[in-house]
Design a protein. Sequence first.
Length: 104
Amino acid sequence: MQLQLNTDKHIQGTENLKASVEDKLEKTLKHLTDHITRIEVHLSDQNGDKGGADDILCKIEARLKGKQPVLVQSKSDDKDKAVTEAAEKLKATMNSIIGKMRNN
């Protein structure tokens, strides 16, 4: 499974941030990694330097073998929280898709 992290000009895409995001996704999606070929994470700060509630947007796009990409998103005031919530949404969506694949 490949992981690509994209950030906007207000969020620094450091190696520590990438490692944290990768670790979080691997733990959350560990039972689904056989079905995923690639994950792209997009982190952006919607309000820039102004701050504010729910100004961090995390979009996660997962590419599945033989299926259309899946996109989920979450907003929060904290990068880690936004990534965690988006990862949980992705897990639920993937479980649903894979469950339907198994039933067909």
